[in-house]
Write a protein that binds this ligand. Structure first.
Ligand code: TXE
Length: 479
C-alpha cells in the first residue's frame, strides 16, 4: 500500500515522485511505498500551515479542546485498525500496540485537549512602582515535530497534541521506517474537523525531508525524538537560526537492585523493563546492577524467566518478543553482541537470531542477557536499543551510584529498595531526568519528561510542553 503526504487537509504524492520502500519486519517483505519528500513538499506544507495559523491561533480554547478530544475519541474507536497497522509496520506484538501504543496516542490528545483549558500565565505586581506585569503565552507559529520508529504513533502524537493545543500549526514527519499510523492520522484529523493546514504530515528520509524541515528558516521551533547523533546535528543546524529546540535523545539507563527490595515484583518488572518492545524503548533499563548478596540468586531467576519469553510473529497473542524494526537495526544489535563477547562478556542466554517458520526473513532475535565484569565496556556505555541487557554485581551504594552516572546519557533510572533514606539519597544524586523507585515506566502525563547530558535538552509533558510551544511575552503597564 502506498501512502501520501497530508498537506492542507488533502493527500498528495511527492512532487519529485521519489519513493522509499516500506518493509514488514515480521517477514522482511516490502509491503508498500512512502514518499521521499523534497524541499518543495515541505515548502507546500509550510505555506498551508502559515495560512492556517491566523485562524487557528485565534480559535477559542473551548473549540481547540473540542477538536483535540474528538481526535482522541476517534483514535480510540479505531484502536484495532491502528494497532494492526502499528504492529505490521514496526514488528511489535499486536498485544502491545493494543494495550500501550494506540491508547497512549489517544490519551496524548485527550490530555492536551484538557490541559490547554487549564494553562495559565503569571502576573507580577511591581509594588511601589504603580505597575503591573503580565505574561502572554502566545503560540510560536509554524513548528516542526520529528519522531522516531520505536513508539510511532505514541511519540508522534506526544509532540503534535501540545503543539496544536497551544495554537501552533504543525509540520510533522514520522520516521520513514514506521510511517503508517501517522498517515492514518490525517484522515482522523479531517473526520474530527481539524481545519485544513493546521497539521501537515510529510514523509521521507531524515536526510532529505527531515533536513528540509530543520533548515527551513521560518519553522521556528523543532521538537525531536531520536538518536543522539541526529539530535546534535539538528542542534548545529538550528542554532544559527535561533530556533527553539526540544531534544529527546538516547539513553543507557541503570536498573539498580538492592537486596532489600520486594524481590518478585522487582524480578517481573525487570523482565519488562529489559525487553518490552524488543528493548527498543529509550527508557528501558539496559544496565542492571545487582547488590552482591542477591546477585547469584537474581542471575539464576532472571535468566530462567528471560528464557521463557516467547519470540514470535507480532500478530500472535502468545508473542512476548516480536521482530526488531529493520534489518540494519538487527545487524547493529547483533554486532553489539559480538562486541560483548570480544570484550570478555559472558552471554548467559540468548544471543542468536530466531527463525520463525513461514516468516524466515523476519528480523527476530532472542532476548539476550550478558554478564559483564566492568561497567566501562562498550556494551555498558553505548546505546544498543534492542533486546540486550547487561548485568553485574555491586557492593556499596557509592560504588553503584558512580557506575550509574559514569555514562554520557542521563535519561531515566530505576531503583529497587525499601530503604527510604537510601531512596532519597540516590534519587538526589542520580544523573537522570526520571527516577522510578520500585516501578518502571509508570507515567503521569503532567510530569516533566526528558533527559540530561547526551539524553537531550528541554522537557516534554504537562505544562512544560505547552511552555515549549509558546513564546512568553511580558507586558508591563504603568498606572
Ligand atoms: O534514529 P534517527 P535512527 C537511537 C537508537 C537507534 C539510534 C539511531 O540507539 O539505534 O538512535 O536510530 C529523523 N534532520 N534511538 O537512525 O536517525 C528520522 O527520519 C531531521 C533512540 O532510526 O535519529 C526520524 O524521523 N530529521 C530514540 C527521526 O529523525 C532527521 C528512538 C529519528 O531518527 C535527520 C529512535 C536530519 N538530518 C532511535 N536525520 C529515542 N530517544 O527513543 C534523521 N532524522
Amino acid at each position: 500500500m502506498n501512502i501520501q503526504n497530508y498537506i492542507n487537509g488533502g493527500f498528495h504524492n511527492p512532487i519529485q515522485n521519489n519513493w522509499i520502500d516500506n518493509y514488514d519486519p515480521s517477514n522482511g517483505d516490502v509491503y508498500g511505498q512512502i514518499p521521499n519528500s523534497c524541499k518543495e513538499d515541505v515548502e507546500n506544507a509550510y505555506i498551508a500551515a502559515k495560512s492556517a495559523f491566523p485562524n487557528w491561533s485565534q480559535t477559542t480554547l473551548e473549540e481547540r479542546s473540542r477538536i483535540l478530544l474528538k481526535i482522541s475519541e476517534l483514535i480510540e474507536t479505531k484502536l484495532d485498525k491502528l494497532a494492526t497497522a502499528e504492529s505490521q509496520d514496526n514488528g511489535k506484538p499486536i498485544s502491545l500496540a493494543k494495550a500501550i501504543d494506540i491508547p497512549r496516542a489517544s490519551s496524548n490528545f485527550r490530555f492536551f485537549g484538557n490541559a490547554i483549558t487549564q494553562f495559565a500565565s503569571e502576573s507580577h505586581e511591581s509594588i511601589g512602582l504603580n505597575a503591573i506585569n503580565y505574561t502572554l503565552r502566545q503560540p510560536i507559529g509554524v513548528v516542526g515535530c520529528i519522531s522516531p520508529w520505536n513508539l510511532p504513533l505514541y511519540l508522534f502524537t506526544w509532540k503534535i497534541a501540545p503543539a496544536l493545543a497551544a495554537g501552533n500549526c504543525v509540520i510533522a514527519k514520522p520516521s520513514e521506517v514506521t510511517p503508517m499510523t501517522a498517515y492514518m492520522l490525517g484522515d482522523i484529523c479531517n473526520e474530527a474537523g481539524l481545519p485544513k493546514g493546521v497539521l501537515n504530515i510529510v514523509h521521507g528520509l531524515g536526510t532529505t525531508t527531515g533536513q528540509a524541515i530543520i533548515e527551513h528558516p521560518d519553522i521556528k521551533a523543532i521538537s525531536f525524538t531520536g538518536g543522539t547523533a541526529t539530535g546534535a546535528h539538528i542542534a548545529k543546524t538550528a542554532a544559527p537560526m535561533f530556533k527553539k529546540l526540544s531534544l529527546e535523545l538516547g539513553g543507557k539507563n541503570p536498573n539498580i537492585i538492592f537486596a532489600d527490595c520486594d524481590y518478585n515484583e522487582m524480578l517481573n518488572t525487570t523482565v519488562r523493563s529489559s525487553f518490552a518492545n524488543q528493548g527498543q524503548i529509550c527508557l528501558c533499563g539496559s544496565r542492571i546492577f545487582v547488590e552482591q548478596s542477591i546477585y547469584e540468586t537474581f542471575k539464576k531467576d532472571f535468566v530462567e524467566k528471560v528464557k521463557q519469553l516467547h519470540v514470535g510473529h507480532p500478530s500472535e497473542s502468545t508473542t512476548n518478543i516480536g521482530a526488531l524494526v529493520s534489518k540494519p537495526h538487527l545487524e547493529k544489535v547483533k554486532n553489539y553482541i559480538d562486541i560483548a563477547k570480544a570484550e570478555g562478556g559472558t552471554v548467559l542466554c540468548g544471543g542468536n537470531e530466531v527463525t520463525i517458520e513461514g516468516y524466515e526473513n523476519g528480523y527476530y532475535l532472542e532476548p539476550t542477557v550478558i554478564e559483564v565484569s566492568t561497567d566501562e565496556c562498550r556494551v555498558n556505555q553505548e546505546e544498543i536499543f534492542g533486546p540486550v541487557v547487561t548485568i553485574m554485581p555491586f557492593k556499596t551504594e557509592d560504588e553503584v551510584l558512580q557506575m550509574a552516572n559514569k555514562v554520557q546519557y542521563g535519561l531515566s533510572a530505576t531503583l529497587w529498595t525499601n530503604d527510604l533514606k537510601r531512596t532519597m539519597r540516590m534519587s538526589n544524586h542520580i544523573q537522570a531526568g526520571i527516577v522510578w523507585v520500585n516501578t518502571w515506566l509508570m507515567r503521569d502525563l503532567r510530569t516533566p519528561f526528558g533527559g540530561m547530558k547526551a539524553s537531550g535538552v528541554g522537557r516534554e509533558g504537562g505544562f512544560e510542553a505547552l511552555r515549549f510551544f509558546t513564546e512568553p511575552k511580558n507586558v508591563c503597564i504603568k498606572y
